[in-house]
Structures are given as structure tokens and as C-alpha cells.
Design a protein around this ligand. Structure first.
Ligand code: PRT
Ligand code: ZN
Length: 299
């Protein structure tokens, strides 16, 4: 193990992003041990350590340089970027990669029976949220004056408690809103989990490791849905068959020993391969179809 500088990556200690984030780092080849209640997990095969913290602390830790990297929801990153900006501070964080997990949206919602005909319906009303900066920004951009009622949790019960007329909260399936007789009216921010870094240069060794990690993460994200398809095709139907391969650009076509009328086709498909596609390939003349998961890929 080299003794150069180490990179610390901030990851949510316990919550919706924890498992995905740790799994992603593991898939990038990081080996580490995690004991219960341990706040730092030391990487055994890379100069990379994991700092387990609350998700809200991650952008700040990255911005201040206590962590060089972090994984957090874009909602938290953007909220804190606006907060720092309005406090006259620089938010030294940069989003390196969207990780395609933890998807949700920060959205406005109205109680059943309360009319909402666009942003102007918020004029002069009270909106409960734990995202005052994103909401404030949205209201300003739309030239609407509304009172922002800051709450740290259970936003969805604010109208019932008489604390607010509308709410602005994270939504994923929408079932929390439905259970509280609220209806989603407008999205303010589409969010997902992202990889962050401090946007100030680090030592060359650290920069090289970060680049390497980003390339690996990119590879992991690309193969998430990818499948490797192998099949035999009559030469006469080759065009029809390759046209059916979902999203694949240039399949490999190889001769088959002793079968001049047939070829073997191999292709990486960057999207899910459904039974319907396989049946269509078969109907077009393909035989010996095989679909395999892709484990790693470097472009
Ligand atoms: O302790 P710590 O501060 O680390 O955790 P936390 O409780 O603040 O965060 P956590 O684990 O709940 O969420 C972490 C991140 O997950 C968020 O910042 C988002 O980026 C992302 N995420 C994705 C969500 C949701 N989906 C989500 N549905 N975060 C919260 N919710 C909540 C939402 O606030 C609402 O109460 O789930 C409810 C709505 O869900 P649906 O499915 O009913 O619409
Ligand atoms: Zn939190």
C-alpha cells in the first residue's frame, strides 16, 4: 500500500443513501472493513477512506476540505450551495457524477380541495418546507411573495396542523402525500444521488486516484443495465437481426466453423433485454440465444 496522501469520501452513515453508496465504492474495487459504530472505514487496497456522517454534513465537509469527495443527494447539495452563496461564502463543491440512485423530486403539494393554478396560487400564502433556500429561490424566480415556514420533519402534516397552506417536500413514490390527502402540484428540483468533490486542486497523486475512481464509477454505472448477447444468425437475416439488438452500435460478427450460411453475433446492449426482444430475434431467424450480465466495462 502506498504511503501518499489519503482521500476521504463522505458517505451517509445510516439512511436511504448508505447501502447504495457503499455498494458503489465496493464495485469500484475498494476493500474496507466496517465495524459497528465506527465512523471511519479505512480502505485496504486504495488510499481511500470512508467517513460515515449525516447526509446534511456531506456538502459542508467537502466544501471545507475535511473530505475530498462525498456522496449526497443533489437536493442537499443545491440547498447548501444556495445557503452558502447567500451568506456570501463560496461553495467549493462540484458535482462529478450523477449516480442514478436515490431519485426523488422536491415538489410543491396542495391539500385536497385547495385550488392550485400555478405558482401565483402561492402568493401571500404560507409554504412549509425543510428546503427554504431552494424554495426561496424558486419563489423569487417566479416573482411570488409567500411566507416560508421552515420545518425539519413531518412537513406533510403542516397543513393539517394549520401551520401552512401548502408544502414543499421531497417526493419519490407519492404515497406519503396521498396518505396525508395532499396532491403534488409542481416540481422545483429533480434530484438523485451525486458524487461531489472539492473544486480546488489536490496533490497530483490524489487527483490521479480521483480520476481513476470516477472512471471506475462511470464503468459501474454503464454496466448496471447492460447485457451481453450472443446468438447465431443466418447470413441472409443478419441485417434484420442486428437491427433488433437494443441500443447496440457495432456488434461483432464472426464466422462459424463448417456453417458458411451462418454467423455468430456478439453485442453489448446498454439497456435491459426483454423476452419480447429475444422472441423477435428468434422470429427473425436467430438461434442459440444467450444473454449474460456484464460485470465490468471500461470505454
Ligand atoms: O440521518 P440523516 O440526516 O443522514 O438522514 P435523513 O433522514 O436526512 O435522510 P434520508 O436517509 O431520509 O434521505 C437521504 C436522501 O435520500 C435525501 O436527501 C434524498 O436525496 C434521497 N431521497 C430519495 C429521499 C427520498 N427519496 C424520499 N422519499 N429522501 C427523503 N424522502 C422522504 C420525503 O421527505 C417524504 O417524507 O420520503 C417521503 C416521501 O416518500 P414517498 O415515497 O412517499 O413519496
Ligand atoms: Zn439528513
Amino acid at each position: 500500500m502506498d504511503r501518499g496522501p489519503r482521500i476521504r469520501v463522505g458517505v451517509q452513515k445510516s439512511g436511504r443513501l448508505t447501502e447504495n453508496s457503499l455498494d458503489l465504492l465496493h464495485r469500484c474495487g475498494l476493500v474496507y472493513s466496517r465495524a459497528p459504530d465506527q465512523l471511519i472505514c479505512y480502505g485496504e487496497n486504495m488510499p481511500l477512506d470512508i467517513l460515515l456522517v449525516r447526509d446534511d454534513d456531506i456538502p459542508g465537509l467537502v466544501s471545507e476540505g475535511s473530505c475530498q469527495l462525498g456522496i449526497a443527494g443533489l437536493n442537499v447539495v443545491e440547498e447548501q450551495r444556495l445557503e452558502r452563496q447567500q451568506g456570501g461564502e463560496e461553495a467549493n463543491v462540484e458535482v462529478l457524477l450523477e449516480l442514478g440512485v436515490g431519485q426523488c423530486r422536491l415538489a410543491l403539494a396542495a391539500p385536497e380541495g385547495v385550488p392550485y393554478e400555478g405558482v401565483h396560487s402561492l402568493q401571500g400564502r404560507r409554504v412549509a418546507t425543510s428546503y427554504p433556500y431552494l424554495l426561496g429561490n424558486f419563489l423569487r424566480e417566479n416573482q411570488v411573495q409567500a411566507e416560508i415556514v421552515v420545518m425539519s420533519g413531518a412537513i406533510e402534516i403542516a397543513p393539517k396542523l394549520g401551520k401552512a397552506d401548502f408544502i414543499c417536500d421531497l417526493v419519490s413514490t407519492g404515497s406519503t402525500l396521498a396518505a396525508n390527502h395532499l396532491r403534488e402540484t409542481q416540481t422545483i428540483l429533480e434530484s438523485q444521488s451525486v458524487l461531489l468533490r472539492r473544486n480546488l486542486p489536490l496533490e497530483p497523486e490524489s487527483e490521479a486516484w480521483i480520476q481513476r475512481l470516477v472512471r471506475r464509477m462511470d464503468g459501474v454505472l454503464q454496466v448496471r443495465e447492460s447485457k451481453y448477447i450472443m446468438l447465431h444468425a443466418p447470413r441472409s437475416a443478419l441485417k434484420a437481426i442486428t437491427d433488433l439488438l437494443p441500443g447496440s452500435e457495432a456488434p461483432t460478427v464472426m464466422p462459424l466453423e463448417g456453417r458458411p450460411d451462418k454467423v455468430a453475433v456478439h453485442a453489448v446492449c446498454p439497456e435491459a433485454v426483454f423476452w419480447e426482444t429475444l422472441e423477435a430475434l428468434q422470429n427473425a431467424g436467430a438461434t442459440s440465444l444467450l444473454v449474460l450480465p456484464v460485470e465490468k466495462m471500461l470505454a
